[in-house]
Write a protein that binds this ligand. Structure first.
Ligand code: FAD
Length: 398
């Protein structure tokens, strides 16, 4: 790329993760010039490494990804169908069951949702964005500083280059520096826990069923990929994470087999373990002068309800639609009215989901005797109260 001192663009997006790339791809047909700034080199965007995350996607996210030309770029045999889901509490056999639906978003279906590895989502989003001539990539360099005023947003890169835009979009993760520099506060909750993810092969079928088990002391989620291949998501207090990370493959397999009471038969470790700190974030505003937050920079969800990227896609779709509409009418693409509308539409969904998820996690990781009883009651109430169950199922399918 040329080394001109100041890059002039319409929209500057900070962070080419799945949210930033999806937004750029969605906004590009509106004709605006978009510049994506990403700290990683472009070769990593083109071939992102496997990072252990298997992303559960709703039917709505599938539609959005199809519309953006992302879905068809994921190898067909790496899109895993999730038939149904079960939740159990502690040592009890009682299950809250979300069965295989026969309809989702008004169409017949045989799946509750889909699972796609995060690296496949990132790669497909990058390839889809590359098809658009009006998206420019500035990679391998971080952002040092951002500033906005009534007329423009200015970004200073680590190598001293400047970018000026009408609209700045922060998509630089839940620990967003840009959000902080824009002066947007956030509700941040550190659960003090670590998520460990690992693929395991096993001799018995997983029946393409997701399984969430709130054991006492740790949580274990099973995400079915192939019939005999499952992603295990272990959530454990951070000071105890080493007790799992230090296990050799045989010890890990034995530990998980014991935790699961042998429900998947004999297990063998298929991938290395990856870890993530468990921190939930909800920004108190999704916009500021000439700027907006999307993806995890706006809302970084606890992964238990698998909403993070689904919400990230929604944020990208809403903001891109409003920007394209304004550009089409020759209006300001970062007017206070437009940004307020973006915030209203997106936050309508995110606030209840974020706080509801955190409340549920607190209850299901609280091991006092009254909490254990309440956990069991909540599962039974959700199972036997059709409106509650339907509302949760709707959230799962999108
Ligand atoms: C274990 C786990 C399981 C999950 N499971 C699910 C699930 O089942 N379903 C679901 O929907 N979601 C799930 N998620 C959430 C999902 O992974 C995130 O919501 C999604 O990856 C967020 O994408 P993003 O683009 O907003 O942020 P990120 O993926 O964090 O990308 C941010 C990008 O910004 C770049 N960047 C950061 N700072 C700068 C800077 N200063 N300058 C330039 N570039 C910068 C980074 O290099 C990165 O490329 C899960 C998350 C975890 C940890």
């Amino acid at each position: 790329m040329s080394q001109e001192a100041t890059i002039q663009t319409d929209v500057v997006v900070i962070g080419a993760g799945p949210a930033g790339l999806s937004f750029a791809r969605a906004a590009a047909p509106g004709g605006v010039r978009i510049t994506l700034v990403e700290r990683s080199p472009e070769s990593v965007l083109a071939e992102p490494p496997y990072d252990g995350r298997e992303i559960a996607l709703t039917h709505k996210s599938k539609e959005l990804m199809q519309h953006l030309g992302m879905w068809d770029r994921v190898p067909e045999n790496e899109i895993y169908k999730l038939k149904d889901a079960k939740v159990v509490n502690g040592t009890s056999d009682y299950q809250l069951h979300f069965p295989q639906p026969d309809r989702a978003r008004g169409k017949p279906t045989d799946t509750l949702g889909y699972l796609i590895s995060n690296h496949n989502i990132r790669r497909s989003a990058y390839e889809a964005a590359k098809t658009q001539d009006n998206i420019r990539f500035v990679c391998g360099v971080g952002v040092k500083e951002v500033k906005t005023d009534a007329d423009k947003a200015s970004v200073t890169l680590d190598d001293g280059r400047q970018i000026e835009a009408k609209l700045l979009v922060a998509a630089d993760s839940r620990f967003s520096q840009t959000r902080r520099q824009l002066g947007i506060s956030a509700d941040m909750h550190d659960f003090g826990r670590t998520v460990i993810v690992v693929r395991m092969r096993h001799t018995l079928s997983n029946n393409h069923s997701a399984f969430e088990c709130f054991h006492y002391g740790r949580t274990l989620a099973l995400l079915p990929l192939e019939e005999h291949l499952t992603n295990c998501v272990i959530t454990i207090d951070s000071h105890r994470a080493d007790s799992i990370l230090s296990l050799n493959p045989e010890e890990l397999a034995a530990d998980l087999t014991r935790q699961l009471g042998g429900r998947l038969g004999e297990m063998t470790q298929e991938s290395e373990m990856h870890t993530y700190p468990l921190v939930g974030v909800h920004a108190n505003a999704f916009s500021a002068e000439r700027s907006a937050l999307i993806g995890d920079a706006a809302v970084g969800m606890h992964p238990v309800t698998a909403h993070g990227f689904n919400l990230g896609l929604e944020s990208a779709e809403i903001l891109a639609r409003l920007v394209a509409e304004a550009a089409g009418k020759g209006k300001d693409i970062a007017s206070p009215v437009l940004l307020a509308r973006y915030q209203r539409e997106h936050m309508f969904n995110t606030r209840p989901l974020y706080h509801g998820t955190n409340m549920m996690v607190k209850l299901f990781t609280n091991e006092s005797p009254p909490a254990k009883v309440l956990r069991s009651l909540v599962l039974r109430l959700s199972n036997n109260c059709p409106p509650i169950k339907q509302a949760i199922s709707r959230q799962l399918t999108g």
